[in-house]
Design a protein around this ligand. Structure first.
Ligand code: IPD
Ligand code: CA
Ligand code: CA
Length: 259
């Protein structure tokens, strides 16, 4: 039932996103410059929550726009009703819904759906990661210098030492392609699918990475914080790779790599 509810919620949200992306919708600004939310983010969230609530009225929910709905339950649904909102608001078809499910503090299942590309990613702990029902695997690339990476930029901390621009500049100057799609959930799924060899970002929230990081792990990749520590979606740093370039990418981020 968990799986069918998850799929039902992601499909319903995806349908709404696809129907709305080129239409008219109101936009509000949240705290900070360019931090926007559309009425479709809110409608997507309400739809997902109503589907979860029908089957699991007592599960804990953490969702980007509404926050926490605390319940005394082993299960926690972590929802990003639209990941890539700026893309969505500009009609750029690189956005998705992302839903992860934790059981007793461990991520056990997730779905990321980009309806514009008809790409539905599903993951279950111990059972693999899938794109449209086909099992996916991370890439085999062994050399960071030959890798294709992806990242994202927050609106703050940009100039810090080893901050987003510092790391980006280092990698780009070394001739390593680093893309910026604008949706962390898609970035992670594309690492899982072997399209990118690695992803890093300085400031993510739990709803950005909940489903996607399990996707990378179940596709055979590795996910940690910036010091190589066990990953937690409740802290901001993430490095997610095919595993082979992981150590190298960590050392480029901390600027301790061999010159
Ligand atoms: C954002 C996207 C973006 C990442 C930001 C996130 P939102 O989520 O995932 O790629 O760089 O850190 O906040 O606001 O579009 O849901
Ligand atoms: Ca997000
Ligand atoms: Ca969002």
């Amino acid at each position: 039932m968990l799986k069918s509810t998850l799929i039902k919620a992601a499909e319903a949200s995806g349908k709404l996103i696809k129907e709305s992306i080129n239409g008219k919708f109101s936009i509000e600004f949240k705290e900070g410059h360019n931090n926007l939310v559309t009425e479709v983010d809110k409608a997507s969230e309400a739809l997902i929550m109503s589907i979860i609530r029908e089957d699991f009225p007592d599960h804990f929910i953490l969702s980007e726009e509404i926050g926490e709905i605390k319940m005394d339950s082993a299960y926690k649904w972590i929802i990003d009703p639209i990941d890539g909102t700026i893309n969505f608001a500009n009609g750029i078809p690189l956005c998705c819904v992302s839903i992860g499910i934790e059981k007793e503090g461990e991520m056990i299942m997730g779905a990321v759906y980009n309806p514009m590309m008809n790409e539905f990613f599903f993951v279950e702990k111990g059972k693999g990661a899938y794109l449209n029902d086909q099992r996916i695997q991370v890439s085999q690339q062994e050399k960071l210098l030959n890798s294709c990476l992806v990242t994202g930029f927050p609106y703050t901390y940009l100039e810090a030492e080893n901050g987003p621009l510092d790391v980006f500049g280092r990698l780009i100057r070394a001739g390593i392609p680093v893309r910026r799609l604008g949706s962390a959930a898609i970035d992670l799924c594309w690492v899982a699918a072997g399209r990118f060899d690695g992803f890093y970002e300085h400031k993510l929230m739990a709803w950005d990475s909940a489903a996607g990081y399990l996707m990378v792990e179940e596709a055979g990749g590795k996910v940690t914080g910036f010091k190589g520590e066990k990953y937690s979606p409740y802290q901001p740093h993430i490095v997610a790779t095919n595993g082979k370039i992981h150590q190298d990418l960590l050392s480029w981020i901390s600027n301790t790599h061999q010159q």
